[in-house]
Design a protein around this ligand. Structure first.
Ligand SMILES: [Zn+2]
Length: 500
């Protein structure tokens, strides 16, 4: 019998597969981008990785990644074990142009939702012409694309609403992964009727809504729970999935009650998922509705000094806040939100998933948005979640900061997400988030005793360590702890509009 030679073999690693609860030392053989063997027999390959002492688990899938398809963002994602970063919250349009522009150029898999924000900008501001192939957040932050803030404040007329619905539908038909609805950035402009259109379209087409809820507050009348119910109500009627993104930033001290509600809904078969980023501060633009003094102080229990200007890492004053909102509402800031205890509690819930909310980084020298693959890690300012979220959760499990098992933590970053997406309009996810024969060889290897995040508020772009190997579709993109420069194995992840 001929000896089988695989393209890559991973030897003697601790295989951890959340779907089957497999936790055993075995060898993995990979051929043509697919996991072809998982065995305790000896295997040979063109490239062999010694995985003794390492966990071998599904590559991490991140539903909340604003740097999908951006080389510098991809590099940090890979160092953090992420093989599939997806832009599902802010979303994009035009969907076809974005996917076409990235073809053959990505080190990670990539995908995006059609976003209600970019759709609104297209409707209200005909002068908007994208510089980043439909990635509106980059257009907004990097500038030069004739963006305005009308998407945030303008109310839709009856004919606008018709166009809104048809543009979202067009995005789904072109292969978008559901609908991104960051209504928390358009509190005054977006009506409940518009939110209902999003959930109804998701239900009709078998997709999910990816929600940044309308309110970030633990106080009545406009609480984070109420902002979640704005979508859970229509969901009960129209169906479709719903991901409540960065729930701790929305519901703050009410998070335990919000999670109980969501877990009860899940027990009734409702497709709702709560997502958490592992930090007690967020990153955004200074013009965000929820940072308005009427809200941030009384409803979030915070003060101006809890908002930090990213470019200079200086806490704001009342005067500086007012000045920036007036003159430069797109200015990048960090802001404290939920308490650390709330974040740890939310991640200790076995049913929540992790999403990084990785945000664009800014070059320290010029303030420009960092795009280039070769950008030095210490040359940027930005929220550390774009570099360290996944390793941070693994460290927290080791240190006992969160009370879930290592297997559950891996599930929060891979299988639970693949399973939800597969059920909500992303058929390709049936092949991801699993270490099983026949699955896509998106694989992350980490050292459970050493893995750690290194990025901090002061040094937001420092990559994680203790993740020596990462494979995307069977190709090594991290080898011995360093990224590989000249390979582009990333594949598009489409919604069922195109994938079917
Ligand atoms: Zn958000």
């Amino acid at each position: 019998m001929a000896v089988e030679i695989y393209d890559v073999v991973i030897k003697d690693g601790r295989i951890m597969d959340p779907e089957t609860a497999t936790d055993a030392r075995m060898n993995v053989g990979i051929r043509n981008g697919t996991i072809s063997a998982i065995t305790s027999e000896n295997v040979s390959g063109t490239e062999e990785i010694d995985a003794s002492g390492l966990v071998v688990c599904p590559g991490f899938i991140d539903m909340h990644h604003h740097n999908s398809g951006v080389p510098f963002g991809e590099k940090l994602a890979l160092r953090d074990g992420v093989t599939t970063p997806l832009e599902l919250e802010a979303g994009i349009t035009s969907v076809r142009d974005w996917y076409d522009a990235l073809k053959g150029k990505c080190r990670t898999n990539y995908g995006a939702s059609v976003g209600s924000i970019p759709v609104r900008e297209h409707i209200f501001n005909p002068a908007y012409t994208t510089r980043y192939a439909g990635d509106f957040l980059y257009d907004l932050m990097a500038g030069g694309a004739n963006t305005t803030m009308s998407w945030s404040t303008q109310k839709a007329s009856a004919s606008d609403l018709k166009m809104f619905e048809s543009k979202l539908r067009e995005g789904l038909d072109e292969g978008a992964i559901g609908i991104g609805h960051a209504v928390g950035y358009m509190v005054a402009g977006c009506t409940q009727q518009e939110s209902m259109i999003c959930q109804k379209l998701a239900g009709q087409n078998g997709h999910s809504v990816y929600l940044h809820g309308r309110f970030s507050s633990q106080m009545p009348p406009a609480s984070g729970i109420l902002g979640t119910l704005e979508m859970m109500g229509p969901q009960e009627v129209y169906g479709g999935g719903l991901v409540v993104q960065h729930i701790t930033a929305q519901t703050l001290n009410d998070t335990a009650a919000a999670l109980e509600l969501i877990n009860r809904a899940r027990a009734k078969g409702i497709n709702v998922l709560a997502e958490v980023y592992p930090y007690d501060f967020g990153g955004s633009i200074v013009g965000a509705d929820y940072l308005h003094p009427d809200n941030y102080g009384p409803n979030m229990g915070r003060d101006y000094k809890d908002i930090i200007e990213t470019a200079t890492m200086t806490p704001l004053t009342e005067e500086r806040y007012a000045e920036l909102v007036k003159t430069a509402p797109g200015t990048s800031i960090l802001f404290y939100n939920a308490t650390e205890e709330t974040v740890h509690m939310a991640l200790s819930d076995e049913q929540t998933v992790l999403g990084s909310d990785a945000f664009p980084y800014n070059l320290r020298t010029t303030g420009e948005v960092a795009l280039d693959w070769n950008t030095p890690f210490d040359a940027v300012n930005g929220h550390p979640r774009g570099a360290g979220s996944h390793a941070r959760l693994l460290r927290w499990v080791r240190e006992g900061t969160v009370s879930v098992s290592l297997m559950n933590a891996i599930g929060k970053m891979s299988y639970f997400i693949a399973d939800f997406l597969q059920e909500n309009g992303v058929p390709g996810m049936a092949q991801k988030g699993r270490i099983q024969i026949g699955m896509d060889a998106d694989i992350t290897l980490f050292d459970p005793d050493m893995v750690t995040d290194n990025a901090t508020m002061q040094d937001g772009g420092l990559p994680s360590t203790g993740i020596p190997y990462v494979l995307v579709n069977g190709t090594l993109v991290v080898r011995q702890g360093e990224t590989v420069d000249d390979v582009f194995p990333g594949q598009p992840v489409y919604g069922k509009g195109l994938a079917a």
